[in-house]
Design a protein around this ligand. Structure first.
Ligand code: CMC
Length: 430
């Protein structure tokens, strides 16, 4: 990594030389860590539009060109040729596994799928209609209680075990939350099944009869998990890093990531898209809703449109749209009204001046919900599915952060606009 310099002149003429750091690809980064000491000012960047929070070699995004790469491999190639378990290994370890490394990793994940029975008992405490994201966050957080003594963040072996447990147990927790919602008995994992087949089994099998796993369903889920696996310093990943930066138990940090993902501006958008499509109801209503989305005085937004980083197209949306066709065709529902409505809405928005000018394109969440729904997964579980895929990204980032000798506790500063110093006034004088 070569270093360049950026010269900044303060109001009093004092010149500060700030190093410019170059990544392997992508824009340069000005290292401002000495700025306050040198010039007595902070930078101000709400929402971190122009701020790099860390150095990372996991995932690269070029928002203008619509490029997404995990460890240098374009997501299109991974989606076409790899599978979620192999991609997980790649994200966690930095390289594609050899055949024996993959077999060992796959076996490790398959054999860590069960939950401690005490953890399962938590579900009895939730109301029958608790949102599965709330349950997921709570039960993942409870893993910090189960594995506290075995979690020394400085120990690489412990970090590996943590990664395996997160990846292996999240589907089991997710399925338990779903079974609670529908009042069915919890189905234990079956380790002879692959990752997505096992998830489908735990979601849809019942003890009373055999369950046939649809091959297209497992394939579609695997693809969605690959596409969701990581996305550099997004809101939930930054949350995991921030919570973990204090040295907090990493299971708690992942629980914080689940909570951040739930918001409708982030992973909650896939649930919001389906609700929006249901609300629109019919193609004749599209102009009305597009007008609402454009109205500054109306809080309504077209869910599944726009992205902080992608300003041209979201490569994941393109891949998911193709899978959407495939799933619906396979299920004999290629004339799915929800999908037709989504396609129509996409076309209207893509031709609209407002959306063109603001670079608003369909994002990953626009089509994923249609696939989930076609597979029989209820709307409230959509973001949970996203969380399962993203859990490996969170884990990879936590591992990278904790192993980085330059890592510090995340502690931003602020622009204070509150009252200046004033004296306390006794209650009788207010
Ligand atoms: N519908 C209508 N207008 C929009 C939309 C939308 N979906 N998204 C952005 N805008 C407008 C926004 O009103 C603003 O206009 P102006 O400059 O006149 O004030 C401009 O576009 C920029 O929006 P922003 O909110 O400042 O942009 P951001 O980068 O902070 O937000 C976003 C990005 C994804 C939160 C936002 O586009 C959004 O709310 N989209 C809908 C929710 C969604 O689909 N989220 C999923 C994101 S992808 C998966 C994930 O991250 O988990």
């Amino acid at each position: 990594m070569t270093e360049d310099a950026f010269r900044l002149t303060g109001p009093d003429g004092k010149v500060t030389t700030l190093p410019v750091r170059k990544g392997s690809v992508g824009p340069d980064v000005i290292d401002i860590s000495a700025l306050y000491q040198e010039q007595g000012v902070f930078t101000y960047d709400p929402g971190y539009r122009a701020t790099g929070s860390c150095e990372s070699d996991i995932t690269y995004i070029d928002g203008e060109l619509g490029i997404l790469m995990y460890r240098g491999y374009p997501v299109e190639q991974l989606a076409a040729k790899s599978n979620f378990i192999e991609v997980s290994y790649l994200l966690l370890h930095g390289e594609l596994p050899t055949a024996s490394e993959l077999e060992k990793f796959d076996n490790t994940i398959r054999t860590h799928t069960m939950l401690n029975e005490g953890m399962l008992a938590f579900f009895k405490g939730f109301r029958y209609d608790a949102h599965p994201m709330a349950m997921l966050s709570a039960v993942v957080g409870s893993m910090s209680a189960y594995y506290h003594n075995e979690m020394d963040a400085k120990n690489p072996e412990h970090r590996d075990i943590f990664a395996h447990r997160i990846l292996a147990k999240l589907p089991t927790i997710a399925a338990a939350a779903y079974k609670l919602n529908i009042g069915q008995p919890f189905m234990y994992p079956r380790n002879n099944l692959n990752y997505c087949e096992n998830l489908l089994h735990m979601l849809f099998a019942v003890p009373a009869e055999p369950y046939q796993i649809g091959p297209i369903a497992a394939e579609a889920l695997d693809l969605l998990f690959i596409l969701h696996a990581d996305h550099e310093q997004n809101c939930s990943t930054s949350t995991v890093r921030m919570a973990g930066s204090s040295g907090a138990n990493p299971y708690s940090a992942i629980a914080a990531g689940v909570a951040a993902l739930w918001g409708p501006a982030h992973g909650g958008a896939n649930e919001a898209v389906l609700k929006m499509l249901t609300q629109i109801g019919d193609a004749s209503q599209i102009p009305k809703f597009v007008a609402k989305a454009k109205d500054k005085n109306d809080p309504f937004r077209l869910m599944g449109f726009g992205h902080r980083v992608y300003k041209n197209f979201d490569p994941r949306a393109t891949i998911i749209r193709d899978m959407c066709y495939k799933v619906l065709k396979h299920l004999g529902r290629s004339d799915n009204p929800m999908f037709d409505l989504a396609l129509e809405l996409e076309q209207v928005a893509l031709k609209d001046e407002y959306f063109i000018e603001k670079n608003l394109y369909p994002n990953v969440d626009f089509y994923s919900g249609i696939i989930y729904r076609a597979l029989g997964i209820p709307t409230s579980m959509f973001t949970v599915m996203f969380a399962i895929g993203r859990s490996v990204g969170w884990t990879a980032h936590w591992r990278e952060m904790i192993a980085d000798p330059a890592a510090r506790i995340s502690r931003p500063r602020q622009l204070y606009t509150g009252p200046k110093e004033r004296s306390y006034v006794g209650i009788d004088q207010r």
